[in-house]
Design a protein around this ligand. Sequence first.
Ligand code: AHR
Length: 514
Amino acid sequence: MLSARATIHPAFVVASVNRRLFGSFVEHMGRCVYTGLHEPDHPSADDDGFRGDVLDLVRELGVTTVRYPGGNFVSGYRWEDGVGPVQDRPTRLDPAWRSVETNAFGLNEFIRWARKAGVEPMMAVNLGTRGLQEAVDLLEYANHPGGSTLSDLRVAHGAPEPHDIRIWCLGNEMDGPWQLGHKTATEYGRLAAETARAMRQLDPDLELVACGSSGRDMPTFGAWEATVLEHTYDLVTHVSAHAYYQLRDGDHASFLASAVDMDRFIDQVVATADHLGARLGSDRRIDVSFDEWNVWYLDELQAAEADRPRDWQVAPRISEDDYTVLDAVVVGSLLVTLLRHADRVTAASQAQLVNTIAPIRTEPGGPAWRQATFHPFALTARNAVGTVLDLRLAAPTTVTGRYGEVPVVDAAATHDEDGNRLVLFVVNRHPSEPVSFTTDLSGWDGASLVEAVVLADDDLTAANTRDRPDRVVPRRHPSAAVADGELVAALPPASWSMVVLAVGPGAADHGAAG
Ligand code: AHR
């Protein structure tokens, strides 16, 4: 059997776990908002028309931050359309997703929903078809306490307290030719800088995210970040990165190694940002906001779009991907990568939250259920607490068609000193071979097993559906055990595992075989 060995020590810390790593994304795309979050006629709907079953699942998922309202949608959006009496709001065509937007749900509904869900809002401004003035107006409307026309308008719209949105995205994917108002790096860099400067005049403490690349395969990747940051370096706190992965041509090995690409993406964005810092003689550090990531069957969407009726509909079904066990393992592995980069990736949003490429699915008037990808996200968000440790791994490699030679195993570890917990998240990326995984616990006196679960299946295409919502769930790890200062576990092929250990004072007494 293949074998891999990890070493972790409490003294070797990467960074604190920033809770914003477990963010998500709500876009006016498909049925994410309408019949996802918002369905006034649904039996579980509350007074605001928010689906209660979805709110419960969002809380269970452990989402911390939610980016809104797009996405490609934001680049043609007039935020004013979504505030004020609902009956007075205009109906518009959304060119990004060829949909009819009723504007029944807008900024104030989103903030009310976010407060109920217990998540922090992250707002994007339109720098595609609009610009500085509209961004500043939106900021004043949303965050100013009162005494100005726009802030008083918010109060008149039933939101007396300022929304206090702390983190803002300066547009969306402005490097992409598909984006409404797509720009060159210089055009965007100038606009983002001027918008950031103006927003900071209202509130110097805002966190601002400049658009980075829509993917590492964009022809402008690297040069785009360098130019944009040259203009914005002193004005923004983050640069964004977006990445989507899918199984292509049945190549499981490459798909399972998708996180290798995310790894390289993060390292290269960080290197580019730091290079700019050096060139500008700045001591500031720009972090990465990985504010769109997921598995997305984009090829299928492109094929489906060609067949979609040319009529315009409200909330059409778009990219309601049914996620498999294999997809869930990849999602778990992308979370491992984000955790390992917690020193520089300080915000991240899985795209998206409900129905559209989402961990939560709903039917109008019907049930809501957890997709397979829900589980690694929820377990990581709940258990990755405290600090990320500098886990060192010795693992065999395998050759993939897309990423060359890659380590078969990837892992991250977090240490919650207050809760006396050490947690490992481990992926076996080999499509057909199990791996014997050992962790040296010599720095952890008396470590004992609390819980160990694994996501794996003989049928990698298994998925949760409306009729079988619990077909794919994490199961008790059959082999994980602690003995003689080591954790040992046999990792099934194509699997994601989580192991929780009790450590620190009295650890040996706290443990209960999981
Ligand atoms: O999340 C779906 C879409 O993917 C977003 O609208 C866009 O920003 C990205 O291309």
